[in-house]
Design a protein around this ligand. Structure first.
Ligand code: ATP
Ligand code: MG
Length: 398
């Protein structure tokens, strides 16, 4: 561990030298067992948060009541006191956490066997629940009785689906069965957390697994929108690095065009909604034919790349737009934003000898379209001439 995670090693060594136990736990141990390297390392210890704070000069309190302290060395290591999660009354979070004495009790409260292992500083694996074997079989299996564990915290059901998308693992039959009978409990989980998990699925290598399982586990049925009809299409989905594209892909699957309410249900931000609206509009243009120069001006490269790809996947529109062609087409547009136009409202007011009003916006919009379509040069003299010809002399001012 010393060379793999030098900072975590130092934390564990310091805690052990002070007479405490400490181990690496969670995702890092899972990934270590799969021969993958995780950068994000969590440490668990029997020292209380205050004892941890006394041992390190620089710590940050992030959730003392949950037993977590961040120890800041060259990297920041999350150190959590062994704990169990007492009673659960609302299917989402423990009413209280109780610090416990043994590592085993701490590992027992964790969600899946692959996430419930610990590693000593000399790389000895502590595996009470058969996590290593499940990893070999590529199985996601709840620790203990799956029904009990999902009733304690319904989010775990969605985490299982998310891990299947990240790791290409299957759900153990008992775990799957429990989800299929308790799927409705997911409604108790906050939408913010559901959204985080869905977006993690969309960023995964095996998104098709995850979205298929989301439907077959019946979890999807607890949420708005049609997840079912195009469930297999997710296999060909690419987030292009932007999670808002997942919402765009989902929105394109919907029979109804009014996706605003749907996105509000999923607590999407305004910028996500705008992105989705743009992708939908760009796809609609493709359904009618080709993109105009104005479309290349109006939509960002991200939007166009997503729209071209999703139109192909979901609408069977055979567009020939590759990301490279999109970039090239965008580069031929003389301006990339209205801000680049060399005249402004004051110029127009002066030229027309007319007061400020909504007419300015309309004229600027027309100028933009003319420039984008290559019919007007973005040059003060050219625009002034054009303006006098079209508006002032012709008396066409709106
Ligand atoms: P990653 O960070 O790669 O998404 P991870 O396994 O580290 O995966 P975290 O959400 O960071 O996941 O959680 C760290 C550990 O805490 C998990 O490995 C698991 O042992 C435990 N854990 C997290 N969430 C839950 C939960 N809802 N129920 C039980 N244990 C959990
Ligand atoms: Mg983690």
């Amino acid at each position: 561990m010393k060379t793999r995670w030098p900072e975590a090693y130092k934390v564990i060594e310091t805690l052990e030298n002070a007479g405490f136990e400490a181990y690496v736990v969670g995702g890092a141990v899972r990934d270590f067992t799969r021969n993958m390297h995780a950068n994000d390392v969590d440490v668990t210890t029997n020292a209380t948060p205050n004892e941890v704070k006394q041992l390190f000069p620089h710590t940050i309190d992030v959730g003392i009541e949950h037993g977590t302290v961040l120890v800041v060395l060259k990297e920041t290591i999350e150190v959590t006191t062994f704990r169990s999660e007492a009673t659960y009354s609302d299917f989402r979070r423990p009413d209280a956490v109780t610090f416990v004495r043994s590592l085993q009790e701490d590992l027992q409260r964790r969600d899946f066997t692959m996430n419930a292992m610990a590693l000593t500083k000399t790389d000895e694996l502590i595996d009470y629940f058969g996590g290593r074997e499940d990893i070999e079989k590529k199985l996601i299996r709840a620790v203990g009785d799956p029904s009990k564990r999902f009733a304690e915290d319904a989010l775990r059901m969605l985490r299982a689906v998310r891990f299947s998308a990240q790791l290409n693992y299957s759900l153990h039959a008992d775990t799957m069965e429990a989800i299929q009978s308790l799927h409705h409990l997911i409604a108790h989980v906050s939408m913010e957390r559901v959204k985080v998990e869905l977006e993690k699925i969309w960023k995964s290598d095996f998104v098709g697994n995850g979205m298929n399982l989301f439907v077959s586990s019946q979890l999807a049925g607890n949420f708005q929108g049609d997840w079912e009809t195009y469930r297999y299409s997710w296999e060909r989905f690419s987030s292009f690095g932007n999670t808002a594209n997942g919402w765009a892909f989902f929105a394109l699957m919907q029979p109804s065009k009014n996706v605003g309410t749907l996105l509000s249900f999923y607590k999407c931000s305004n910028s996500e909604k705008t992105h989705v609206k743009h992708v939908l509009a760009a796809v609609e243009q493709l359904e009618k034919g080709h993109w105009s120069p104005y479309n290349f001006f109006q939509f960002t490269e991200d939007v166009l790349i997503a729209a071209a790809s999703y139109a192909k996947q979901l609408k069977k529109i055979d567009t020939s737009y590759t990301p490279k062609q999109i970039q090239q087409a965008k580069a031929t547009i003389p301006i990339s934003s209205v801000k680049e136009i060399v005249v402004n409202g004051n110029d127009l007011m002066e030229w027309a000898d007319k007061k400020r009003g909504p007419w300015i916006r309309e004229v600027i919009e027309t100028i933009t379209i003319e420039i984008v379509n290559g019919k007007l040069t973005n040059d003060r003299i050219c625009i002034k001439e054009w303006f006098f010809r079209e508006y002032v002399n012709g008396d066409f001012l709106p």
